[in-house]
Design a protein. Structure first.
Length: 197
């Protein structure tokens, strides 16, 4: 009887190990949560403009590129421990000439904290345990231009449950016109405050 029990346990462990997929580099599609952008009339749902993030894995170091709207090519680096990935708060995203931007986490929309993601190896999803991820004008204080709420990303090809992206997002192009920084993205132009021109 002991041998049968030991065999069943070993088989269950082998099957669970076979079904689980370790985190690997690749494209992760937006499959849950909402991305908001600050507009003149308040926060607007811009989730369809943030279709995916790129994930780079090097040992226990994980880099996510594409969490920010205005600095979409910026990456933040975290450390993986088991299936938990922690990204230190306040990582620099870039400077567009009108100020620097940083990525901050928060549980209450006011107090900065580290950004924590959980990786589910069976579903191949990255789920933000930190409810809010802010693209902020300050390194140690929440002053958002944009933010994620309850972000979830799924490995491309894992399942067809990613959010339907009806509009293809284009890269931002920045240039100076009449001494003012103009940012063009998705066929629209904005000034540095986010006001559409």
């Amino acid at each position: 009887m002991k041998h049968i029990y030991a065999f069943v346990c070993a088989l269950a462990m082998a099957l669970s190990a076979y079904a689980a997929t370790p985190l690997s580099s690749g494209k992760f599609l937006t499959s849950g949560g909402t991305f908001y952008r600050d507009m003149e009339m308040g926060w607007e749902d811009y989730t369809n403009k943030m279709p995916y993030v790129d994930v780079l894995v090097d040992g226990n170091q994980v880099t996510i590129i594409g969490l920010a709207y205005w600095f979409e090519e910026a990456g933040v680096v975290g450390t993986m421990d088991g299936n938990t990935i922690t990204f230190p708060s306040g990582q620099f995203l870039g400077d567009d000439g009108y100020g620097e931007e940083y990525l901050l986490g928060s549980t209450d929309m006011m107090t900065p904290c580290d950004i924590v993601f959980e990786y589910d190896p069976s579903a191949q999803t990255l789920t933000s345990v930190t409810p809010y991820i802010f693209e902020s004008g300050y390194q140690h204080a929440v002053s958002p231009y944009c933010y994620w709420e309850n972000a979830v990303f799924i490995k491309e090809g894992a399942t067809p449950q990613a959010i339907d992206q009806t509009a293809v997002s284009t890269k931002a192009v920045k240039h100076i016109a009449n001494g003012q920084l103009i940012i063009t993205r998705d066929g629209k132009s904005f000034n540095v405050l986010g006001a559409e021109l």
